[in-house]
Design a protein around this ligand. Sequence first.
Ligand SMILES: C[S@@+](CC[C@H](N)C(=O)[O-])C[C@H]1O[C@@H](n2cnc3c(N)ncnc32)[C@H](O)[C@@H]1O
Length: 215
Amino acid sequence: MKMQPPADLDAVRASYDAVADNYVDMVGDPGPWPRSALDAFAEEVRGIGPVLDAGCGPGWISDYLHHKGVDIWGIDLSPRMIEHARQQYPAVSFEVASVTELDPEAGSLGGVLGWWSWFNLPRNYLPDVIATMARALRPGGQLIIGTHRGAGDHPRSRCYGDVPVEWTTHLYEPEELTTLLIAAGLEIVVDIRLPPLPPSQSPQLIVAAQRPPTA
Ligand SMILES: C[S@@+](CC[C@H](N)C(=O)[O-])C[C@H]1O[C@@H](n2cnc3c(N)ncnc32)[C@H](O)[C@@H]1O
């Protein structure tokens, strides 16, 4: 389903353009538990169909999964993030887009990642984004979401090396995400609750869900 652009989309795009150069220098190894979730996701989905990294930033996770044999492409709201991704990982295809304007064909994808990239969506957009991506999954295909765990909506004014930004970080408890995923017709595969992963100070969360294999 195509959605109206969120009211703050231009501000969020400009903010990620502004932090992109610093962000590239700050990301590295995702750490053992997130890495193990990515490895399991790769193993589960690589034989099922193409995978969309929806909010890929500078593309390092797309590239990681590409090297695990996943047929993956990335999209991101920020043109500067996509410039970095294309420059660093020419073997993977990247496009500038908002996840809110995507409408992938039903049953066309093996997997979708919202890997720390959907927490800026206004809270009322997340159910439709999840439903759109869930509908696009083939049987057995998986949607994996990594995000900041907690309650409330936190406006941010400086981030990633004290760069001025204008966005809101919406925190989610695991049950809020699993409820949305189940409402979209998916089965929960795993729910991993993590402590803060620097540079973030909030606890973290990874939830994966699948379209039932026989559906
Ligand atoms: C914290 S970064 C994470 C990037 C990448 N997934 C990673 O793990 O490094 C958040 C990313 O989400 C992107 N983003 C935010 N809102 C988006 C939207 N509506 N559509 C697509 N990407 C979005 C930002 O541009 C930014 O690159």
